[in-house]
Design a protein around this ligand. Structure first.
Ligand SMILES: Cc1ncc(COP(=O)(O)O)c(C=O)c1O
Length: 398
């Protein structure tokens, strides 16, 4: 929808403000901070229903700011339609509920964000949706897990927290063979690195909270579909369940999105520098970063990420203890321990105690997430400053 002109409300009475449209052309879309839109009469209301996408009625069903965000992300991911939601979690929920009902079965890669895993394992199973989790070694052998009622598979382009890289094209070939949909959570990679729909995925989801908005000031999500019909289905779920995003958060996310190209390049370049530095540090046991040649999917990551490897890395301290982690965290002066990621400022997180705490200790152990694993979300600061700060914090532990 083209948003031109500007509407000014003049109060003619307390109950019915009069709308005057004047030809003001703001460069930036104004914030349509309204829960509802006025209609002149029944004819205008009928036009809303007859010509979808031409006007607005109620912000839960659609708002110019969330539509602008959906269109911009849809362009980046090269989809046929996108739906903006209130969070990454509600995006995943809408994408699943759009196509699954009680009695259906879904597949999920074992190494996904802990919240996604909890949503499926703890909540969707209560609604009668069955799930099978695939260990990383079986990601592409899904035929062994598919049942007659299997509808879809969820996996992440770059996994959280150990940044394993998914061969999206290969997995899409398998899901197509099995006649099920592939949903890819592209939060860690961002469309600047990888566009899963172009590699055969059916649906892409994002926590817009992360790289798409980029400044740690928005909680939002988005679902992008390969088929316009699927986007309509997800839209219906978003509207009916009330999973919409507020106009202000949509506006903030659109603003953040404008710089994603330049931000991602700096995130990636800094992360590569820091991964190499940590790898050579005597107090670091292991570093996970796809840009390192030793990473098991380095070649795939290079090809699928257009030569960029992302801004996220994890490392394990040699002293794999709670005490060492606490000493390290406290010694960081400017890098906060903040359990999120992908903002312009560097932060660290602790997967065992935050994103993956709801997993059983056996699952945590299988994934290699021990107490000494620290996840670093590398920001866009000067890399020398970051290294100096990490160096000082590592000096502070045994
Ligand atoms: C990969 C991934 N997907 C989804 C989510 C959920 O997003 P949100 O916190 O915006 O609901 C997260 C949150 O960290 C995430 O890391």
């Amino acid at each position: 929808m083209k948003i031109a002109g500007f509407s000014i409300f003049v109060e003619t009475s307390h109950f019915k403000p009069k709308l005057i449209v004047v030809d003001i052309k703001p460069k930036i879309t104004p914030i349509y901070q309204t829960s509802v839109f006025n209609f002149e009469d029944l004819n205008e209301l009928e036009l809303y229903f007859e010509q979808p996408g031409q006007s607005y009625m109620y912000t839960r069903y659609g708002n110019p700011n969330s539509d602008e965000l959906a269109q911009e992300v849809n362009k980046l991911e090269q989809g046929a339609g996108a739906v903006v939601t209130s969070s990454g979690m509600s995006a995943i929920l809408a994408a699943i509920l759009g196509f699954c009902k009680a009695g259906d079965h879904i597949l999920c890669a074992e190494e996904v964000y802990g919240g996604s895993s909890a949503l499926i394992r703890q909540e969707l199973t209560r609604m009668g949706i069955e799930v099978s989790f695939l260990p990383a070694s079986d990601t592409y052998s899904l035929h062994e897990y598919v049942q007659p009622n299997t509808r879809m598979m969820l996996a992440e382009t770059i996994s959280n927290p150990l940044v394993q890289v998914l061969d999206v094209r290969r997995l899409a070939q398998e899901t197509k063979k099995q006649g099920i949909k592939l949903i890819v959570d592209n939060t860690f990679a961002s469309p600047i690195l990888t566009k899963p729909l172009l590699l055969g995925a059916d649906i892409v989801v994002h926590s817009v909270t992360k790289y798409l908005s980029g400044h740690s000031d928005v909680t939002a999500g988005v679902v992008i579909c390969e088929e316009a019909e699927d986007a309509q289905r997800v839209l219906k779920v978003m509207m009916t369940y009330g999973l919409n995003l507020s106009p202000f958060d949509s506006w903030l996310a659109v603003r953040g999105l404008k710089t994603i190209w330049i931000r991602m390049r700096q995130h990636c370049s800094n992360a590569l520098t820091i991964a190499a530095y940590l790898q050579g540090h005597p107090k670091v046991e292991q570093v996970w970063y796809p840009g390192l040649e030793q990473h098991p999917q380095h070649e795939l990551a290079k090809e699928q990420g257009e030569g960029l490897f992302g801004g996220m890395l994890s490392f394990r301290l040699k002293d794999d203890t709670e005490e060492a982690v606490n000493k390290f965290m406290r010694a960081l002066e400017h890098i906060p321990f903040a359990p999120s990621l992908a903002g312009v400022n560097t932060s660290i997180s602790h997967p065992l105690r935050t994103s993956h705490r709801s997993l059983s200790s056996e699952q945590q152990q299988n994934m290699g997430i021990t107490i000494g694993v620290i996840r670093l979300s590398v920001g866009i600061e000067e890399p020398e400053e970051l290294i100096a700060e990490l160096e000082a914090a590592l000096d502070n532990i045994n």
